[in-house]
Structure formats: C-alpha cells, structure tokens
Design a protein around this ligand. Structure first.
Ligand code: HEC
Length: 147
C-alpha cells in the first residue's frame, strides 16, 4: 500500500512538472493533451509541406501523414470530452454539433491522406494535402483563441 502511494505521488510530481512547463499546473490533463496533439499535427503538416516542395525524404510521406491521422483522431476523441479552457473558445461547446462535425471531417481527411500510401502520385498528394489543410483555418477561425 505504501509503495502504491509513493508511486502515485511520483507520477503526480512528474505530471505536475510537465504541466508546469506548459504553465498549466492546475489544469485538466485533457488541455495538455489537446495542446500537444495539435502541436504534433502542426509539425507533421510542416514536414509534409516540405516534402511536397521537394525537400526532405519523399519516401517518408506516409510516416508524417500517419502521425497526423493518429493525432487528429486522438484530438477528436479528447475534444469531444468537452473540457473547457486551453486555447479552445467557448463557441466550440456552444455550437458543439458544428464543432463536432468539423472534428469528424478533419479526422476523415487526415485518414484519407494517410491511406494514400507511398505509390501515390504527386498530384494525389497535393490534392489530399490541400483538402487536409483547409480544415485547419476553417476550424481555428471559429473555435481557437487568437494567439
Ligand atoms: C476541428 C477543429 C480543428 C482543426 C480541423 C484543426 N485544429 Fe488546430 N486547434 C483547434 C483547437 C480547438 C485548438 C486549441 C486546443 C486547446 O488548446 O484547447 C487548436 C490548436 C492548435 C495549435 C496550437 C496548440 C495549442 O493548443 O495552443 C496548433 C499549432 C494547431 N492547432 C495546428 C493545426 C493544424 C496545422 C491543423 C490542420 C492540419 C489544425 N490545427 C486543425 C482546432 C482545430
């Protein structure tokens, strides 16, 4: 029993320090998760964009696309828990049906780019990337706080 308590408090300390790094020590863990999945999506979108411009390793296109799909899906599940705060505007909870629809479309478009595989043509990649990135602004304009 004592060991369990020690282990749990060690976890609490670890979680506390991670949250503190985000300036969110007293916040619900979903907020940190939402933040980090979106940051991961941003970085992987940047990698795909670079590849489409002929930089980086074109054969790893699917690695970044898969990462976006996994994080979009995870973000969607957690966002639907409706924990207020973070960088999400209250409008998301007030217009939940619309927000939820945008999350589902984003998840579908990210699954589509991940499903292309490495034998896809450049044209297919660009089309899927354009469709994917339209989701970002469409949702942020209504539901994300201005930075
Ligand atoms: C369906 C809505 C939606 C879509 C689509 C979406 N985002 Fe976001 N994004 C959000 C919300 C809401 C937040 C704020 C999350 C929070 O902290 O509560 C956010 C936050 C972010 C952040 C900042 C992290 C933070 O929390 O401060 C980045 C970077 C980001 N998004 C990038 C992207 C990119 C790149 C795409 C498209 C490839 C994208 N997002 C698609 C809703 C969306």
């Amino acid at each position: 029993m004592k060991k369990t308590i020690v282990t749990l408090s060690a976890v609490a300390v670890l979680m506390g320090s991670t949250a503190m790094a985000d300036g969110a020590a007293d916040k619900h863990p979903d907020l940190a998760f939402r933040h980090h999945t979106m940051e991961t999506i941003k970085d992987n979108t940047g990698a795909l964009s670079a590849i489409l411009k002929g930089q980086g390793e074109a054969e790893n296109f699917d690695v970044y696309a898969d990462a976006i799909a996994a994080n979009a899906k995870a973000f969607t599940v957690v966002a639907k828990q409706k924990v207020p705060g973070g960088e999400t505007l209250d409008a998301a909870w007030e217009n939940f049906e619309d927000y939820s629809g945008k999350l589902d479309k984003f998840t579908a478009d990210s699954a589509a780019i991940a499903a292309l595989g490495n034998d896809a043509t450049m044209q297919q990649r660009v089309a899927a990337f354009t469709a994917l990135t339209k989701n970002c602004k469409a949702c942020h304009d209504d539901y994300r706080k201005e930075h």
